[in-house]
Write a protein that binds this ligand. Structure first.
Ligand SMILES: [Fe+2]
Length: 233
């Protein structure tokens, strides 16, 4: 976007998981073209209770929204975290980890100005420390997202994953490549419908609930940054 000469490579986030011997990266394939604002995509990634409704067949379980979130704010980022304790694993993670019983499942989403998002997610046997559970017992990955605005209401969605388990398993590479592309296709349908609704009734009121807190905080932070920078077009 914008003038290439104005880009500052030093401000690109260091997503070390993409180039680290203890993590296995899987690129997401060609970027999705999303018929929705990058802001809606960011809202979606900061409200991961949506997995219960949008991804019931893969990474969702019905009780995710029953567990509270913690919302934290830094100078240029917002972090949402949630631990879903002692619950059945979502179908996809259950398959990946071969879990036989319940798991603790964590979701930590961090959005950083202007439009970067990482989701650290996974499952481990209950009470074993979540992401700190011993290697070989857990499903753990980072989902890395770079939402690049094309217009105010369309987005090029670049993404990738990196996992800390089954590092040399090509079948697992394939699962990350194919299964997550299907999962994200579900988000993209919903986001397109959401944008179409907003376009149809731009002045309609919206109702904010608790889980919208991180998304709203990030939008405020971003609006402030845009105002500070002024019109750079
Ligand atoms: Fe989703």
């Amino acid at each position: 976007m914008g003038d290439p000469d104005a880009a500052d490579p030093a401000s690109v986030p260091a997503w070390r998981w993409m180039d680290h011997p203890e993590w296995r990266p899987v690129r997401g394939g060609p970027p999705f073209h999303v018929e929705a604002s990058y802001l809606l995509l960011n809202d979606n990634l900061l409200d991961l209770s949506h997995v219960a409704y949008v991804h019931a067949g893969s990474i969702g379980t019905g009780n995710v929204a029953d567990f509270p979130i913690l919302s934290e704010r830094g100078e240029d980022f917002v972090r949402m975290s949630r631990m879903v304790e002692d619950s059945p694993p979502p179908p996809l993670y259950g398959r990946m980890g071969g879990f036989e019983g319940n798991v603790d499942r964590w979701q930590v989403a961090v959005s950083t100005l202007p439009a970067y998002n990482t989701v650290h997610a996974g499952c481990a046997p209950p009470g074993t420390g979540g992401a700190d559970a011993p290697d070989g017992t857990k499903v753990e990955f980072f989902n890395l997202n770079a939402m690049t605005p094309e217009t105010e209401t369309t987005t090029h969605y670049f993404y990738a994953h990196a996992r800390s388990f089954a590092l040399d398993d090509p079948a697992m590479d394939e699962s990350f490549r194919v299964d997550f592309r299907r999962v994200f296709g579900e988000d993209i349908s919903i986001l397109g419908a959401q944008q179409a609704n907003i376009d149809r009734q731009p002045d309609a009121f919206s109702i904010d609930i608790n889980v919208d807190g991180p998304g709203l905080a990030f939008r405020r932070m971003l609006a402030r940054r845009i105002e500070e920078e002024g019109d750079v077009r």
